[in-house]
Structures are given as structure tokens and as C-alpha cells.
Design a protein around this ligand. Structure first.
Ligand code: HEC
Ligand code: HEC
Ligand code: HEC
Ligand code: HEC
Ligand code: HEC
Length: 394
């Protein structure tokens, strides 16, 4: 399914006929006939395919690109260099705050600045008094805070209410600012696992983690890997040569920091620390100066999940850097608008919905996430209506 930000390089059918053996004339004629019939059938199929394909598209998107431009774009990823690992070239948000104190302070109001923390450093929104819950089935869950640590319990009672087992694991990290809810992570021998217990902010209660069905879930064994951290953590440290094993101190920056949207800042800091800045341009990425597609890609790297994300050949998930286009690194398959029958929007569906909206379509694709959102600030409850109304009126 073409998303509009994927290259249109998979639509032309290629028909090979040179390799066919020809012995006599009638056979040759039959083959020519077959080839022509084949071509007609292929053309009809391609036409049908194009019809279905255009109906499946999220929106009409930007106007079609001409073939030369499309070719140029297809050729480009080969020239891209693989970026150094996320351990290199970055300085961390604390360094940025030394010179951009006002932005750093404003950014603290944003849920993205609190996307991941040590479990007890996270804003205390949970109820640690009433923690027990029993979904349908025999198992009971509860949360215990003891000696400055947090344990998640799963237990089972027999018919006489006697414990058959009580398994308790320490959770070390909380994922989610808590705007909607939190997931909790166990960290053991370099591996992360999700706890079956989650916190739901709207209902203010503990319950099974999203997608965990009573009695048939992964219990404490659901791995959490780069697939989650890519969107929810600032920067992780993988143990070299160990697949997705994390270092003892697994996060260089736990929550989403400045450099996830501005790219690695080491050169920028060096540039700005010179007493006389050189005449070359400042090497930091300012999304406001990027092409519209590249600026949008900065947000899409985490706000477009789709059904599947496939890294391009030779790329890893975490190779995206601000300034690039999403499609330089990943092909993302999207389907529908991720709005359910009751009109509820699913998590991480903002891109699909924005791009299907009339506002976006009639802006000819010039609307973007920052048309309405301030990347460094989330308006407090009492200012939200005024803030967004003002954005509309612009
Ligand atoms: C040594 C001080 C210093 C540090 C540290 C620093 N900056 Fe800057 N930065 C500046 C100055 C000075 C400017 C130019 C004036 C301005 O826009 O505030 C600037 C400009 C910028 C711009 C706008 C560039 C443009 O082309 O419009 C961005 C974006 C930026 N900094 C991001 C960052 C990020 C992200 C970090 C941390 C990785 C960081 N800065 C660390 C001093 C610093
Ligand atoms: C590194 C991944 C990442 C990037 C890049 C990113 N986001 Fe987010 N964003 C998140 C995550 C994760 C959350 C949810 C944070 C939470 O509540 O724990 C979020 C939440 C938000 C929210 C909800 C705020 C609220 O009040 O609930 C808005 C709005 C938002 N992002 C806008 C943007 C925009 C605009 C951009 C691009 C300029 C962007 N994001 C780039 C990951 C990202
Ligand atoms: C493509 C990026 C992406 C991936 C992958 C992703 N998330 Fe999220 N997640 C988000 C964004 C963005 C939000 C903010 C809410 C929204 O967009 O609806 C969010 C919201 C959340 C929240 C609620 C946060 C809050 O503060 O309310 C939790 C908890 C969460 N995700 C956990 C996970 C876990 C666990 C995984 C891996 C199994 C995961 N997410 C995978 C982007 C992602
Ligand atoms: C979610 C993505 C995101 C994060 C995180 C982020 N920025 Fe930005 N930043 C942007 C975007 C987008 C712009 C361009 C705003 C515009 O369109 O005018 C910007 C602009 C800037 C500028 C240029 C001046 C200005 O105010 O427009 C500076 C300086 C800057 N950011 C510094 C920082 C620092 C320091 C941090 C961390 C504390 C940070 N940013 C975190 C997305 C982000
Ligand atoms: C036309 C204005 C507009 C545009 C464009 C827009 N948003 Fe929003 N967005 C809003 C409003 C209004 C809210 C609700 C804010 C609230 O309730 O505090 C919102 C809510 C959100 C939330 C909170 C969770 C949710 O889904 O309700 C996230 C995350 C978010 N937007 C991300 C994005 C991203 C990413 C883009 C770009 C693909 C984007 N938005 C484009 C206006 C916009």
C-alpha cells in the first residue's frame, strides 16, 4: 500500500520473453500469441491493481511526481551513508540546556520529555494503596512498593484460597509519561520484559497491560526491544555483538531528548563554543529549515507506526537521523485510518488521520504536525482550547 511517502517503485510489471526457446515457426507464432495475450492480461491486471491500489491509498497525497524525479529519488538511498551508532556524535539534552535554558525548561512541560524513567522517578500518578485486581480466571495481580523498589506480583489461589504460587518480579522502568497510561519494564541480564500489569490513567486503575488477554498472555516474558524503545526512549546502549542485549546502564538518555529531533549535537556545540563562529553554516538540524517532507519525517519517525515497518536493505531501525526522509530508512505499510467502529482512534494514528483530513488535502500537503503543535511545549489543560483555536485561526 502506497503511503504517499513511499517510493512508487513497485508498480511496473516486468515481462521477460527473451529466454524462451523457439524451434519452429508455428511454435514461435504460438509463443508470440501467448506473449501478446500475456501482455494484454498483464495490462488489465496492472490496471485493476492500480484501481485497487488507488482506493487503498490513505489520501490523494501530493500531486504525482514525474518519472525522472521518481527515478532520481529511487537512486538516492544508495548514496546515503550508514550513520554512526547512537553512541556517537551526541552530547545529551543536559548539554543543550546549558545554552538553551528557556527551551529546555519549556520542553519539560511536554509528555515526550517524560516518556521513560526509573520507576520511582516517574511522576507519582499511580495508586500504590489499592493495587490488587483479578481479571477473569484464576490469577490475581498486585503491586508492592518495598525498600525503595517496586515489585509486580502474579499469584494463583486454590479452591481453599491457599496460594499455589506467588511470583514477584522487580520492575525498574516506567514507560509513558502517564498522559494515557504506563507500562512497566523488568530488566534482567541485558534483556527487557514488559510486566503484565499496567496503569490506566483515565480510569485511575491497575489492569492487565494492553493486548494481554486474561489467562492467555505472555505473563512476564514479553520482550521489549528497539521496536518499542525507538519511539519511547531517548538513546539506548546495546552491548556490541550481542544482538538486542543492553548494556548495564541501558539508557544514555531515558526520555526523548533534543537530539531525537535535532540530530547529534556535538559539532553544533563545538561550532558555538568557538569564540568567533566560522562562516560555514551551523551544522545542527533545525526542522524549520528542512524541506517539508524532511521536517515531517522528524515527527513521523515515531508517530507513524502503520501495520508494519520494514527497514530498507542494509539499514537498522535506529539508523534514522533528523534531516533524512522516512523512506530513506524504512518502508511503512499503512492500512486504513486506525479509527475503530465506535469512532475511537487507535494509538499512534495521528499521521494517517491528519493526511486523510480535508484540512490536509486542501492545504495541498503543506500542513504538518507543527502547523498545530509546538514541539517544545504542551499547553496545560486550561490553555488548550485557546491555544489550538488560535492555531486554526492562523
Ligand atoms: C555553547 C552553547 C550552545 C550549546 C551547548 C548548544 N547550542 Fe544550540 N545554539 C547556540 C547558539 C548561540 C545558537 C544561535 C542563536 C540561537 O538560535 O539561539 C544556537 C542555535 C541552535 C539552533 C537553531 C539553528 C538554526 O539554524 O536556526 C538549534 C536547533 C539548536 N541550537 C539546538 C541545539 C541542541 C539540540 C543542542 C544540544 C545538542 C544545542 N543547541 C546546544 C548555542 C548552543
Ligand atoms: C523519538 C520519538 C518521537 C519523536 C521524534 C516525536 N514524538 Fe511526539 N511523542 C512520542 C511519544 C512516545 C509520545 C507519548 C509520550 C508519553 O506520553 O509518554 C509523544 C507524544 C506527543 C504528543 C502528545 C502530547 C500530549 O499532550 O499528550 C504530541 C502532540 C506530539 N508527541 C507531537 C510531536 C511532534 C509535533 C513531533 C515532531 C516535531 C514529535 N512529536 C516527534 C514520540 C516522539
Ligand atoms: C511507532 C512508534 C511507537 C512504537 C513502536 C510504540 N509506541 Fe507506544 N506510543 C507511541 C506514541 C506516539 C504514543 C502517544 C499516544 C498516541 O500516539 O496515541 C504512545 C503511547 C504509549 C503509552 C501511553 C503513554 C502515556 O504517557 O500515556 C504506553 C504505555 C506505550 N505507548 C507503550 C508502548 C510499548 C510497551 C511499546 C512496544 C511494545 C510501544 N509503546 C510501541 C509511539 C510508539
Ligand atoms: C519533538 C521534536 C523536538 C524536540 C524533542 C526538540 N525540538 Fe527543538 N525544534 C523542533 C522543531 C520542529 C523546531 C522548529 C520549530 C519551527 O517550526 O519554528 C525546533 C526549533 C528549535 C530551535 C530554534 C529556535 C526556535 O525556537 O525555533 C532551537 C534553539 C531548539 N529547537 C532547541 C531545542 C532544545 C534545546 C531541545 C531540548 C531541550 C529541543 N529543541 C527539543 C523540534 C524539537
Ligand atoms: C489541525 C491541527 C493539528 C494537526 C495538523 C495535528 N494535530 Fe495533533 N492534535 C491536535 C489537537 C487539537 C489535539 C488534541 C489536544 C488535546 O486534547 O490536548 C491533538 C492531539 C495529538 C496527540 C495526543 C494523542 C491523541 O492522539 O489524541 C498527539 C500524539 C498528536 N496530536 C500528534 C500529532 C502529530 C504527530 C501530527 C502530525 C502527523 C499532528 N498531531 C497533527 C491538532 C493537530
Amino acid at each position: 500500500v502506497e503511503t504517499g511517502f513511499q517510493r512508487a517503485d513497485a508498480v511496473e510489471p516486468t515481462i521477460y520473453i527473451e529466454s524462451m526457446q523457439t524451434h519452429d515457426n508455428s511454435r514461435q507464432q504460438a509463443l508470440v500469441f501467448l506473449a501478446i495475450t500475456g501482455l494484454v492480461v498483464a495490462t488489465v491486471l496492472a490496471g485493476l491493481g492500480a484501481m485497487i491500489y488507488s482506493r487503498l491509498r490513505v489520501d490523494d497525497g501530493p500531486p504525482p511526481r514525474d518519472a525522472a524525479q521518481a527515478d532520481a529519488e529511487i537512486a538516492r538511498p544508495e548514496k546515503l551513508e550508514k550513520p554512526p551508532p547512537p553512541e556517537e556524535g551526541f552530547v545529551g539534552s543536559r548539554k543543550c540546556a546549558a545554552c538553551h535554558a528557556d527551551i529546555a525548561e519549556r520542553y519539560q512541560s511536554h509528555p515526550m520529555a517524560h516518556s521513560l524513567s526509573q520507576v520511582l522517578d516517574a511522576a507519582p500518578i499511580e495508586d500504590y494503596e489499592n493495587t490488587e485486581f483479578s481479571p477473569p480466571g484464576a490469577r490475581t495481580y498486585r503491586v508492592e512498593q518495598r525498600d525503595g523498589k517496586v515489585f509486580h506480583h502474579e499469584s494463583m489461589l486454590d479452591a481453599d484460597q491457599q496460594p499455589i504460587y506467588d511470583q514477584a518480579l522487580e520492575v525498574k522502568f516506567a514507560m509513558g509519561s502517564g498522559r494515557r497510561g504506563r507500562s512497566y519494564l523488568i530488566f534482567e541480564d541485558g534483556l527487557f520484559f514488559q510486566s503484565p500489569i499496567g496503569w490506566y490513567s483515565k480510569d485511575e486503575k491497575w489492569d492487565l497491560s494492553p493486548g494481554y488477554r486474561p489467562e492467555s498472555h505472555a505473563r512476564f516474558s514479553r520482550r521489549i526491544t528497539e521496536g518499542c524503545f525507538y519511539c519511547h526512549a531517548g538513546r539506548t546502549v546495546l552491548e556490541t555483538g550481542m544482538g538486542e542485549h543492553y548494556a548495564k546502564a541501558p539508557f544514555l538518555e531515558a526520555s526523548i531528548g533534543c537530539e531525537r529531533c535535532h540530530g547529534p549535537g556535538q559539532q553544533h556545540v563545538a561550532y558555538r563554543e568557538l569564540s568567533v563562529p566560522p562562516s560555514t553554516p551551523d551544522p545542527i538540524v533545525n526542522p524549520a529549515r528542512l524541506s517539508h517532507a524532511a521536517a515531517e519525517s522528524v515527527c513521523y519517525q515515531c508517530h507513524l507506526q502503520g501495520e508494519h515497518t520494514v527497514p530498507r536493505y542494509g539499514r537498522q531501525h535506529r539508523d534514522f537521523r533528523p534531516g533524512q526522509l522516512i523512506e530513506d530508512n524504512w518502508i511503512i505499510f499503512v492500512q486504513g485510518l486506525r479509527v475503530d467502529d465506535a469512532g475511537q482512534t487507535k494509538a499512534v494514528s495521528q499521521v494517517e488521520q491528519m493526511r486523510a483530513s480535508r484540512c490536509y488535502l486542501e492545504s495541498r500537503g503543506s500542513m504538518g504536525c507543527t502547523s498545530c503543535h509546538d514541539p517544545h511545549w504542551s499547553p496545560p489543560r486550561d490553555q488548550r482550547v485557546a491555544f489550538y483555536r488560535d492555531r486554526c485561526n492562523q
